[in-house]
Design a protein around this ligand. Structure first.
Ligand SMILES: [Zn+2]
Length: 356
């Protein structure tokens, strides 16, 4: 008797009002309401449905409408011919918060934060309804999520991945992504990450760069990171060139250092810099007196976020510092990861990854 080998049959993928056949890619517009001009508002999703079975990976950007680095990460990712060989399904939503994106704003027209409105409700505020629909129509279709963010306006973030340490799959995705730093942090109330966590869908959040700006390094680490995660999930074949050699640093605790005085600030530390307790981070001065005060690091760590606007009021967040256990080795690790990304650059632009 001969044993027959069961070849799993890939079913067509239903998404919105569309059905995507195995081996097909499509842009699907999902209606999400209207502007008061009567203009229809859609959330557009690229769907690539592979011929072989595998996870359904959702990649989202501009959930905060002014965080545009992720939009460019999505563009570069979608250009890669190797995505047509994907096992499983990739859903890429480059602009989640269409309202905010049009207004170049983090928020929705009612000034609410869409990423504090999850899981939302059918009859709630605009943000709450959008979050509800997004959860129901898109998030629940997926098995894994990568959510792309940047710092807020006038603030830049050093490339970092955030994931909850309670979920081993999320943590594995964070390690595979291979950003310089992983922040183990529980998700905040109202975020898409929180809703995904509660639905049991592994999710990581990539934070890098500043709102309303493109940051080349942040974008490169992002594209490479997503490919790394796809390889680790078995969605893409492993390439020797793209396999990371240096592991990310971990941090369990990070804090913002705030201004204790109003005035004009001069900042001395850049992103990714190692600071020791007592190091001067900035001076704040008055334009009309001799008043000048130093802002010092209350603990040692890595600068993972900073304010770029020199005009500060008391309480303003100036520097975000992450504590890591291996601070002595941190500089070497960060340099090595950044060098690896730079080394992968020609590949990302045209070689191994085959960007057109
Ligand atoms: Zn954000």
């Amino acid at each position: 008797m001969t044993e027959s080998v069961q070849v799993p049959v890939v079913q067509p993928f239903s998404f919105g009002n569309s059905v995507i056949q195995p081996g097909q890619r499509m842009v699907v517009d999902i209606p999400f309401g209207k502007l008061y001009t009567h203009t229809e508002l859609n959330i557009g999703a690229h769907v690539i449905h592979g011929k072989k079975p595998g996870p359904v990976l959702l990649i989202t950007a501009a959930l905060h409408g002014d965080e545009i680095n992720g939009v460019e990460i999505c563009r570069r990712l979608l250009k890669l011919p190797k995505l047509n060989q994907v096992r499983g399904t990739v859903i890429v939503v480059p602009i989640v918060n269409t309202y905010g994106f049009v207004q170049q704003s983090r928020y929705l027209p009612d000034r609410r934060d869409l990423n504090r409105s999850f899981p939302g409700s059918e009859k709630g505020s605009l943000g709450s309804r959008m979050a509800w629909q997004f959860t129901d129509r898109i998030l629940k279709k997926c098995t894994h999520v990568i959510d792309l963010h940047t710092g807020a306006i006038h603030r830049s973030n050093y490339p970092q991945v955030r994931a909850t340490s309670k979920d081993k799959v999320s943590l594995g995705m964070a390690e595979a992504f291979n950003a310089p730093l992983i922040i183990k942090a529980a998700s905040r109330d109202g975020t898409m990450r929180g809703t995904a966590n509660s639905l049991g869908i592994p999710i990581i959040l990539y934070e890098a760069g500043e709102a309303l700006r493109f940051d080349e390094q942040a974008i490169n680490i992002g594209v490479r990171g997503i490919l790394n995660v796809m390889q680790s999930l078995g969605m893409l074949a492993k390439t020797r060139r793209a396999t990371p050699k240096t592991n990310s640093l971990f941090s369990k605790k990070s804090s913002w250092i705030r201004a204790e005085h109003d005035g004009i600030a001069r900042y001395y530390q850049s992103l990714g810099q190692i600071v020791q307790q007592g190091d001067v981070l900035a001076h704040i001065y008055s334009p009309y007196s001799d008043f000048e005060v130093a802002v010092t690091a209350p603990f040692s760590g890595i600068v993972i976020g900073r304010n770029n606007l020199p005009l500060v009021n008391e309480g303003e967040a100036l520097f975000h510092i992450a504590e890591v256990s291996e601070l002595g080795e941190a500089e070497k690790t960060l340099d090595a990861i950044n060098d690896e990304v730079d080394g992968a650059m020609p590949a990302v632009l045209g070689g191994d990854y085959g960007v057109v």
